[in-house]
Design a protein around this ligand. Structure first.
Ligand SMILES: O=C(CO)[C@@H](O)[C@H](O)COP(=O)(O)O
Length: 217
C-alpha cells in the first residue's frame, strides 16, 4: 500500500493568522500543501492567484499542490509553475478541446513538473480513462468544488476504487487524490478504496493542525 500523504487546504486557513498557521503546517507532518484557485466562473467563488502562491512558496518547503478551478487552465499553467507550484491540477470539464489535455500534460513534463487532472462528482469516472498514462495525479472531487466545509459524497469511494483498478491493470502507480469532506472517518474509507493523497481543509484548521494531520495518516 502506498504511503498516505496529507495535503491541508489553505482555503480553510484563518487569514488573520497566516504566519502562525503556515509555521504549524510546516511542522505538522503534512508533506503537501493544497492551494485552491477559483475564478468566480468555473466555480461560484474567488480565491488566490500566482502572487499569493509565491508568498506561500517563500514561507514553506512543502510540496505545493495547486488545484485550479478555472475556465482557462492552459493560460495560467506556466504562471503557477513559475510562482512555485510543484504540481498543477486542472479540470477535465474546463478544457473544451480535449486534445489540449494531452498537450498540457506533455508540456508540464517537458518542464520537469508534476501535473494532475480532476473531475467533479457528476462527471463520469470513465472520462479519465484516455489519460491514465499521462498524469501524475488524479484528483477526485468528493464534494461540488467551490467551498470548504461540505459533506463527503459516499459514492466517491467506488469511483476511486474503479480508477485504482484501471491504474493497477496498466501498471501505473500514479497518485489518486481526494478532496472534499475528509475527516478521520472518511479518510479510512477513501484510503481503503485506493486514494493515497488526502486533501483536508476544515477538519485540519478547525482543531490542532498537527493532531488532525496525524489522525488522517
Ligand atoms: O477544493 C475544495 C473545495 O472546492 C477543497 O479543497 C476544500 O477546501 C476542502 O475543504 P473541506 O471539505 O476539507 O473542508
Amino acid at each position: 500500500m502506498k504511503q498516505t500523504l496529507i495535503a491541508p487546504s489553505v482555503l480553510s486557513m484563518d487569514y488573520s493568522r497566516m504566519e502562525q498557521e503556515t509555521r504549524e503546517l510546516n511542522e505538522s507532518g503534512a508533506k503537501w500543501l493544497h492551494f485552491d484557485v477559483m475564478d468566480g466562473s468555473f466555480v461560484p467563488n474567488l480565491t488566490f492567484g500566482p502572487d499569493i502562491l509565491k508568498g506561500f512558496r517563500k514561507a514553506s518547503d512543502l510540496f505545493m499542490d495547486v488545484h485550479v478551478m478555472i475556465n482557462d487552465p492552459e493560460f495560467f499553467m506556466d504562471r503557477f509553475y513559475e510562482a512555485g507550484a510543484d504540481n498543477y491540477t486542472f479540470h477535465e470539464e474546463a478544457v473544451k478541446d480535449k486534445a489540449k489535455i494531452v498537450t498540457m500534460a506533455e508540456h508540464a513534463h517537458e518542464l520537469g513538473k508534476s501535473v494532475g487532472i480532476s473531475i467533479k462528482p457528476a462527471t463520469p469516472i470513465e472520462y479519465l480513462k484516455p489519460y491514465l498514462s499521462l498524469f501524475d495525479v488524479f484528483l477526485i472531487m468528493s464534494v461540488e468544488p467551490g467551498f470548504g466545509g461540505q459533506k463527503f459524497k459516499p459514492e466517491s469511494a467506488d469511483r476511486i476504487r474503479t480508477l485504482r483498478g484501471w491504474l493497477d491493470e496498466a501498471g501505473l502507480s500514479s497518485h489518486i487524490e481526494v478532496d472534499g469532506g475528509i475527516n478521520a472517518e472518511t479518510a479510512k474509507i477513501v484510503k481503503e478504496a485506493g486514494a493515497d493523497v488526502l486533501v483536508a481543509g476544515s477538519y485540519v484548521f478547525r482543531s490542532n493542525i498537527r493532531e488532525a494531520v496525524k489522525s488522517l495518516e
